[in-house]
Design a protein around this ligand. Structure first.
Ligand SMILES: Nc1ncnc2c1ncn2[C@@H]1O[C@H](COP(=O)(O)OP(=O)(O)OP(=O)(O)O)[C@@H](O)[C@H]1O
Ligand SMILES: [Mg+2]
Length: 328
């Protein structure tokens, strides 16, 4: 079995609304914060690295509308550094990209560290796609996936090769479910078991996306994203369309999924955060302060409230008290 891969720390500079951040990530992270605070921007920085490694930097910028849309207010160098652990081996990978000419860019620095190589790789800029990272690190980073599932696209007919991994919008869900049934019975069983719990007895057997309710279909996508594969996954609004009473089962699924790989969730669900066992270290609070995104753990008072079970994280979310330390 391949060693587990976890992102342990992310440092960003000038990535969309994030002027600067430096956060540590555990196996399960719940990103919480108001609309527009920058949760998706943070997750997109991870997808950006995956896209650049899967194709190239040029393409990763193009898919986001160009360098000017990625760089904070279209200005300044963009810096992304991801620290990770593969098994018990620490790695890091980073890029610094500067503006150049009319919405162009220049890769200023690409660096990687591995336990096997002393010092910093500081590879020569390779705009063709950060090709100098060690293969195992590059491969794992490239497999990070951020899902924003769209039930209407999931329900529409999709011409897919069922060998394909679930697409970020879930549009090839039928093919993905068929593949998992065929190749990974254990994952398939978990998807089915949790779906029965989350969606009151609905089974994935004989799966026909167009015949499923919107919320159920979204839940199938979440569960497939969760139990398929071994790379870290991020899921936007996993609770979308789900009855509040299903939050406990959904959280059980996340905890189960975390045994396979790291899980990052951007959520507005106080029901999910009400589920017993949510630890303050699993919460990454996000705020926009003066137009800049600030990310961090809740402050010591709120950490204490959670630890002593004075309030649930859900109650704090409803009261708008989950803010990064030092903010508010
Ligand atoms: N290049 C950029 N420079 C500065 N700000 C940007 C840039 N790109 C996006 N933003 C800002 O980021 C904010 C949106 O952030 P994001 O989509 O991450 O919010 P969110 O926390 O995911 O919100 P929601 O809960 O609604 O999904 C907007 O205010 C937008 O103006
Ligand atoms: Mg968002």
């Amino acid at each position: 079995m391949a060693p587990r891969f976890d992102i342990t720390r992310v440092r960003l500079r000038n990535y969309k609304s994030i002027e600067s951040c430096d956060v540590e990530l555990g196996p399960l992270t719940l990103l919480v914060g108001p609309n527009g605070s920058g949760k998706s921007n943070f997750l997109d920085a991870l997808q950006f690295v995956a896209d650049a490694l899967n194709t190239n930097l040029e393409n990763a910028f193009r898919e986001r509308g160009g360098f000017g849309k990625v760089s904070r207010f279209g200005q300044g160098e963009v810096e992304i550094t991801v620290e990770a652990r593969l098994g018990d081996r620490p790695y890091s990978y980073g890029i610094v990209v500067a503006p150049s000419g009319e919405d162009g860019f220049e890769l200023r620095e690409e660096s990687w560290r591995t336990p096997d190589v002393s010092g910093c790789g500081n590879a020569p800029p390779d705009v063709s796609g950060c090709g100098n990272a060690p293969p195992d690190l590059a491969e794992m980073l490239a497999r990070i996936q951020v899902f924003t599932l769209v039930p209407s696209r999931m329900a529409a007919p999709h011409w897919s090769n069922d060998g394909d991994r679930l697409l970020p919008d879930g549009s090839n869900i039928a093919g993905a479910v068929a593949r998992i049934e065929r190749t990974d019975p254990e994952a398939s069983r978990r998807v089915d078991d949790y779906l029965r719990l989350v969606a009151a007895g609905v089974s994935v057997a004989g799966f026909t996306p167009s015949a499923m309710s919107t919320g159920t279909l979204h839940a199938v996508g979440v569960l497939v994203a969760l139990f398929d594969g071994t790379a870290p996954v991020a899921i936007e609004n996993p609770e979308k369309g789900l009855h509040p009473a299903a939050a406990g089962a959904l959280m059980d699924a996340f905890r189960d999924g975390v045994d396979r790989h790291q899980v990052l969730l951007a959520t507005h669900s106080s029901d999910l955060l009400d589920v017993p066992g949510v630890d303050s270290r699993e919460i990454l609070a996000v705020r926009s302060v003066g137009g800049k995104t600030v990310l961090g753990s809740p402050g010591p008072v709120h950490r204490d409230f959670l630890r002593k079970k004075v309030l649930t994280a859900g109650q704090m979310l409803r009261a708008d008290q989950l803010v990064p330390e030092g903010v508010g």
